[in-house]
Design a protein around this ligand. Sequence first.
Ligand code: SAM
Length: 200
Amino acid sequence: MHDQHQEFFDALAAEWDLMFTAEDLERLSHIVDNLGVKKGMDVLDLGCGTGILFDMLRRKVTETGSVTGVDFSYQMAQQAHRNFPFPNVNVVDADATRLPFADSSFDMVVAFSAFPHFSDQQTAINETHRVLKNKGRFFIIHLISSKELNEIHHRIGGAVGHDTIPPEKHLRSMLNSSKFDDISIEDHAGLYLAIAVNSK
Ligand SMILES: C[S@@+](CC[C@H](N)C(=O)[O-])C[C@H]1O[C@@H](n2cnc3c(N)ncnc32)[C@H](O)[C@@H]1O
């Protein structure tokens, strides 16, 4: 099914990498340093865009692990593939609500600046749970608070005008109903970080 987000993000793909300042990359790198990514892990980057996280993750999992990016914007996925042509970096043009992976395929799933855009957040969470191994962790990351982010999307309008990080209670309930537990949510100026652990 066509989603108006695909068109929206397709149009931004060529210039997307220019959106990040050196400060953004520094902060992002610091966050990734604290996710517990280890050598040999298989990590899924959901809504990967042009692959801004790939190099940070790739260096941590090393050649014995893998980084897989999923994006349903064909242009974003193509750009990500061009940016990171490494044997252990895979890019898949797919929808977060219908992941083309076997159950328990990944040690970790990261959604950076992407979760609010998923048209069916509960299904995306269910799919994330399905493809994560037992005790695998799911991270939802933004470099701004939910309040800041929801306001920005509202201002932009159009395809993303109603894309929000849900209120904490609602996100917890969606994660719980998908058998995630040990949920923690940090939400303040300059950072949104939700962490949930898969309990099969
Ligand atoms: C704001 S961009 C962030 C991209 C990247 N994570 C970054 O920070 O540079 C959101 C991305 O999520 C992707 N996206 C939105 N809904 C999606 C879905 N249902 N399945 C897969 N990707 C999706 C968009 O195509 C877009 O590339």
